[in-house]
Design a protein around this ligand. Structure first.
Ligand SMILES: [Mn+2]
Length: 346
């Protein structure tokens, strides 16, 4: 891996690093212009990426492990580098800043546009910090991104891994969970046998690579299982599976109404479990350009009524499946046994 660091002091934007990023300022770091470029899928050079990540870090370091979020807010599940489908989300769910968004992690890997996806989200976070919340998922990790695509994508697009390094360094600052109006707990994966109380999440040292085990890992990796009582080691190789009793106990103990999470592919775009107390939102339609699944965002209104807004893939996604994966796209995994297989897809 390259140790070469990009020198930000030589970059035209470098001297503005310590200044406020101001919208529509021609002199300073022009965040609105960067957002427009990012929306068009334009490439940023690694030095610009480094500066943007350092700016975002200043904001994220101030956030609690469990971010307090107010309704109305729309929840977004896994995106996995499907940039054009992310743009589709803003079309169906409302543009930022007119709609508040809480993203539940897994922005990168698998899809072809991890860097475009994460840069747009980071820029939105910098521009509208109160309207955009970005949580960490199990793929916001140096180790996982070296296996599942993001590292390779940066290496291919830039010829070196520097962009990957700046973004994965920022991942260490993403908060772990969110709490909507003291009533709805949101996390990427699920619950942990080591963690009965939401207050314990606040004690975790999150400013590091996601560990292989322990409460932090479990929050990123675990899954509910409708056929289970208690906890069981997860077949994913990290985290646990947990049953309805675990969820009911957590809800009672913390005096909350329900839990929202992402992390598992749902063919219909979402899954409601345990009398509506444990809901999965999945936001990558036609996942990996081949699964033929729907996706959704969950729109929570100011009275905490919620609605799964279901959508299918963007035209660009459909093209991608034709171009790259023509043979595999003809076999959407719909049979029961195959469905089980994709449940545990990383
Ligand atoms: Mn995940």
């Amino acid at each position: 891996m390259s140790d070469t660091e990009d020198d930000i002091t030589k970059h035209p934007l470098g001297k503005y690093l310590d200044e406020e990023m101001e919208p529509t300022s021609s002199k300073k770091f022009d965040i609105d212009a960067l957002i427009e470029q990012a929306k068009e899928g334009q490439f940023f050079d690694p030095v610009t990426i480094k500066l943007i990540c350092l700016k975002a870090r200043e904001l994220l370091v101030e956030e609690e492990n469990v971010v307090q979020v107010s309704a109305p807010v729309s929840l977004v599940g896994d995106i996995h580098g499907q940039f054009h489908d992310l743009l589709e989300i803003f079309k169906i769910g409302g543009e930022i800043p007119h709609t508040n968004y809480l993203f539940l992690g897994d922005y990168v890997d698998r899809g072809a546009y991890s860097i475009e996806t994460i840069m747009l989200l980071i820029l939105f976070k910098i521009r509208y910090p109160q309207r955009v919340t970005l949580l960490r998922g199990n793929h916001e990790s140096r180790q996982i991104t070296q296996i599942y695509g993001f590292y390779t994508e940066c290496q291919r697009k830039y010829g070196n891994p520097n962009a990957w390094k700046y973004v994965t360094d920022l991942f260490d600052y993403l908060p772990i969970a969110a709490f909507i109006d003291d009533s709805i707990f949101c996390v990427h994966g699920g619950l942990s046998p080591l963690l009965q109380n939401i207050d314990y999440v606040k004690e975790i040292n999150r400013f590091r690579e996601i560990p292989h085990e322990g409460a932090f890992a479990d929050l990123m990796w675990s899954d509910p299982d409708a056929d289970l009582d208690g906890f069981k080691i997860s077949p994913r190789g990290a985290g646990f599976q947990f049953g309805c009793d675990v969820v009911k106990r957590f809800i009672e103990c913390n005096n909350i109404s329900k839990i929202y999470r992402a992390h598992q592919l749902c063919m219909e775009g979402y899954l409601i479990l345990f009398d509506g107390t444990m809901n999965t939102v999945w936001s990558a339609p036609n996942y990996c350009y081949r699964y033929g699944n729907l996706a959704s965002i969950n729109e929570i209104d100011e009275h905490l009524n919620d609605f799964f807004n279901v959508f299918s893939c963007s035209p660009e996604n459909a093209e991608e499946s034709k171009d790259n994966d023509g043979d595999r796209v003809k076999t959407p995994l719909s049979s029961k046994s195959k469905h089980k297989e994709i449940d545990y897809f990383l």
